[in-house]
Structure formats: C-alpha cells, structure tokens
Design a protein around this ligand. Structure first.
Ligand code: SF4
Ligand SMILES: [Zn+2]
Length: 339
C-alpha cells in the first residue's frame, strides 16, 4: 500500500539539491524537514546545509552549473560550523530516520570541515539510521572511510558523478575527476558497509535535449552497479555560473520535465532512482509549457517515494513540442528551439 506523505512547500530558488520538505533559515544556511525512502519505507528526514568556506574545487575552478560558492563564507571557523549544527538540532531534535548534512562542498574534505567537527557531528548522529553526507570522490578514501566508520556506521556517501561519460563530465561540466575515481570511492565506502548515492545531472550545458536524455539513461545504467541510490538532479540555472551566462544569451534551456519523466520511467527497473526537480516550473528550473508543470513535478516527487511508474499519468499538448525538440534540436547547432 502506498505510504502517505506531505508534499514540499517551497524550494530555494537557485539550489540544485533535494529539498523535499519544510525549511527554515537560521544560523545554518538552510534546514528543512521532509520525507525520504529508507529500505523501501517513506520516513521523516532532516536536511541541514552548513555554511563552510565552500567547496575546494569551486575555490580553484568549479563546475559549470554550480553556484553554491556564492553562499559560502571564506572565514567560516570550526566553531561556526559546529554552532550551526547545534542550532538546527536544538530546533528540530534528532528524531529523524534520515539526516542529510550538506555543506555545498565536501563534508569529508578536512580543509572545509575540520576532522574534529566532522567527527563530533557524526558522533551526535550515532542513533540515526542513515546519515547522508556529500563528498567529491577524492575524499572518499579507505583511510577516511575507516576513520568515520569507527564513529558512525550508518553513513551514506553521496557523490556528484553527474554523468558516466568522462568527456561530458570534464569538458562540459568541468568536474575534474573520472568515472574510475567515482568507482574507487564507491568501493571504499562499500568496503566499510556504507551506502552510496550517485547524483546524476540531467542536461549539462552544450548538449541537446536528446543528447542529455540519452546521456542520463546511459549514466543510470553505468552507475547502478556502484550506487545504492541514484538521484537525478534536473539542471537549473544557478547564479554566477557558466550555465547562467549561456542561458542569458539564449544558448541554454533547462531540461524539459518530460525528459526527467522519460529517464525515471526508463530506468526504474535498473536502479532506485529518485528526483526532486528543484525550481520545477520556473524559468530557471526544468519546465514544460507552464500549464502542466505543477502536475508533472508532483508526479516526479510521488514516483521518488513510491518507485512506481504508475505515478506518471499526466499528459499535455506540449508533449508533441518536446518530441519535436528531441528530433530537430541537433540541426540548430545547440540553440534551444523552444524557450
Ligand atoms: S558541483 Fe560539487 S564539486 Fe562542483 S563546484 Fe559545486 S560543490 Fe564543488
Ligand atoms: Zn504542458
């Protein structure tokens, strides 16, 4: 029987992360509660976004779609990070089955989150069935996994793989690591009994709608043997990014929601694939024709909790337009045919 859940109320306008639930703004940049899948059950979750000095990769180069560095604080001290976490826990408590600790970078990068802060946070969440932390693969080493396993055994490591195609990841997204690096990180995490989530990006810049769709379908299949969950991040236009510069010139369009539906329907038998189309139905976010956006976003979110493709029942006249785009966009030399 399908579980009941409450729908998300608001989303941050420029964020690309999962945001299912209610959020408040405190000393931590954001915290919100929501619902997530845990071993097939829909359970309450808490998401905490800690403000740190920011992603070390973003400080050097950065990814073409990611604007999180704007929200970082170069002066963030260990005590600040710890204080933010404690404020959120004091407000919400710890009675959640899943707690997600996001830093807009890598929680396992000690230049961003000092080891004693990392360990203190993981230690406080010992009783939580699943603690999800995000990290680039270079910080998911056997040594670091051994260290954190001694403190908390219930960790899920979420890695922004984006695509299984090294050429797209490094040339179009500027991610700076290979698929092999991701596999190595996944093996290190799994060796300690941790679970792994892979984020995949639907529609990096410089791909047509069809190329993006095919890349996402292929990437789910390639990543599935190395990830317990796959989170399909439907690209949105974040401030201060190359994607935003292209979008302002009419050279990038966020993906159609129909493309996300197609990926989810085409891969749900291969892997557990979840999706929270942040900014869905807005100009900067994934969208269809505006008339059907709200309904399709709701169905995508429902599917993410049920994993039942029967969630997808919406139809709209603009599906013909989307199919036209899939067929003919390659002839426009990358210029989106429909805004
Ligand atoms: S997507 Fe991840 S790795 Fe890339 S700049 Fe943003 S936080 Fe850093
Ligand atoms: Zn429509």
């Amino acid at each position: 029987m399908k579980k009941q859940y409450r729908a998300r109320k608001r989303v941050p306008r420029t964020s690309g992360r999962e945001t299912n639930g209610r959020r408040t703004r405190g000393n931590a940049r954001f915290a919100w509660t929501g619902w997530d899948l845990l071993n097939g059950d829909v359970v309450p979750s808490l998401t905490v976004v800690l403000t740190t000095k920011g992603c070390s990769w973003a400080r050097r180069e950065g990814c073409t779609m990611c604007g999180y560095i704007i929200d970082s604080n170069p002066d963030a001290q260990a005590s600040d990070i710890q204080k933010q976490f404690h404020e959120v826990i004091a407000h919400y408590g710890k009675a959640f089955k899943i707690v997600k600790i996001f830093t807009s970078g890598s929680f396992l990068d000690q230049s961003e989150v000092p080891i004693d802060v990392r360990d203190a946070i993981l230690s406080e969440l010992k009783g939580t069935p699943k603690v999800i932390v995000e990290s680039r693969p270079e910080f998911v080493t056997p040594e670091i996994c051994d260290d954190i396993f001694r403190i908390n055994e219930h960790v899920e490591v979420a890695i922004g793989l984006e695509t299984s195609n090294d050429c797209i990841r490094n040339n179009y997204i500027n991610k700076g690591f290979s698929f092999r690096d991701f596999v190595r990180a996944s093996e290190a995490a799994h060796a300690n009994g941790f679970t792994v989530k892979a984020y995949l990006l639907l529609k990096p810049p410089f791909l047509t709608e069809r190329e993006a769709l095919e890349d996402a379908l292929r990437s789910v299949r390639d990543a599935a043997p190395h990830a317990d969950t796959i989170s399909l991040n439907v690209c949105n236009v974040q401030k201060g990014t190359l994607v935003e510069a292209l979008w302002k010139k009419g050279l990038y369009r966020p993906p159609w929601l129909w493309s996300a539906v197609e990926v989810l329907k085409g891969t749900h038998e291969t892997a557990t694939v979840i999706c929270d189309p942040v900014g869905g139905g807005t100009r900067r976010g994934p969208h269809n024709c505006w008339r059907c956006d709200r309904e399709v976003v709701a169905e995508i979110k429902e599917f993410s909790l049920s994993q039942n493709s029967a969630s997808f029942t919406a139809t709209c006249i603009d599906q013909m337009l989307w199919e036209y785009v899939l067929e003919f966009e390659e002839f426009s030399y990358g210029v989106p045919l429909v805004p």
